[in-house]
Design a protein around this ligand. Structure first.
Ligand code: GLY
Length: 307
């Protein structure tokens, strides 16, 4: 068994460890932990503590992948829903589809009995409006949100708030290697924007025969490079975990046009190895690790790669 998760996983990591120790199916164990992260207002990038889109609406994204069956469930831009990872699991369980977005995802949440949550944390609303107000003329303020948003998309991007997500990767007691993600996405994003967290192959991928990978920070890059799938495919082609992550990093580094920002890649293989690398990150990045040889989860520093 092994579990890794990014630093934002702190509210729920121990709960997932306890569930894995009890033999719980890895996806259920990770969603138990992620539900704690999604409810925690101190985590400012996931669920209730996250940031709204440019018009002040919360739109959350999540993905789950069972590496044994390679079944996937994803939800994107879901309104009024905090436990979006659990909703993604319901897509995987109940539908012949892989992904639902927006109003359709919320309709499905109603059918599954999910509460309609007041997802906008008052402090997030305050920060969002104070930031936006600085950019709007009096005329724009009067008409808001019925103004062109694309020009604002460049000016109000806050590099301190574009990052993060929570990602969990586990190999469970049954030998299943699985991945789960959840995020409120890029702060002040254009409404309807999806990052990589609900995109299998980009923000997450799992295959119980080889390993799993998941990314935090800038989804715009991993969607272009197919990062998580690249790593697992590299393992399949016989690369070591170190080599497979290096391959994915090389593809991201090769991107020169478009949005280029920070990225953190988390990966495990089925031999008990793990690797977490931070690219273009200007502050120390940490992650959580647990496996049965550790008495308690460890909060370790990621490898920082220079651009
Ligand atoms: N990695 C999260 C996002 O881009 O929304």
């Amino acid at each position: 068994m092994i579990l890794i998760a990014n630093s934002e996983a702190w509210p729920g990591f121990a709960r997932t460890v306890a569930a894995l120790k009890a033999g719980t199916y890895g996806i259920d164990a990770m969603i138990e932990g992620i539900a704690e992260v999604e409810r925690e207002p101190k985590v400012r990038s996931v669920g209730y503590g996250g940031w709204p889109n440019m018009i002040g609406e919360m739109e959350c994204d999540a993905g789950v992948m069972d590496g044994t069956t390679r079944e996937v469930g994803c939800v994107g831009a879901v309104p009024s829903t905090i436990p979006v990872a659990a909703l993604a699991r319901e897509v995987m369980r109940r539908l012949p589809h892989v992904m639902l977005t927006g109003a359709g995802a919320r309709r499905f949440a109603d059918e599954c009995g999910f509460a309609r949550d007041d997802a906008l944390f008052p402090d997030s609303k305050r920060v969002w409006w104070e930031r936006l107000e600085q950019e709007l003329s009096p005329e724009e303020r009067a008409k808001f949100p019925d103004i062109p948003l694309a020009p604002l998309n460049h000016t109000i991007t806050d590099p301190e708030r574009v990052r993060d997500t929570t990602v969990f990767l586990a190999r469970d007691a049954a030998g299943g290697t699985h991945a789960v993600t959840s995020t409120s996405g890029w702060a002040w994003k254009y409404p309807g924007r999806l990052g990589d967290s609900p995109i299998p192959g980009a923000g997450f991928y799992a295959d119980s025969r080889y390993g799993a990978a998941a990314c935090t920070h800038t989804g715009e890059m991993t969607m272009r490079a197919g990062t998580a799938r690249s790593i697992v495919l590299g393992l399949r082609m016989g690369l070591s975990l170190i080599e497979a992550v290096d391959l994915a990093v090389a593809d991201v580094r090769d991107l020169t046009a478009g949005f280029i920002g920070a990225l953190v890649i988390h990966a495990i293989d089925i031999h008990g190895n793990h690797r977490v690398v931070a690219l273009n990150c200007h502050e120390p990045i940490r992650y959580w690790l647990w496996h049965p040889a550790l008495a308690a989860p460890e909060h370790r520093e990621a490898e920082h790669l220079t651009a």
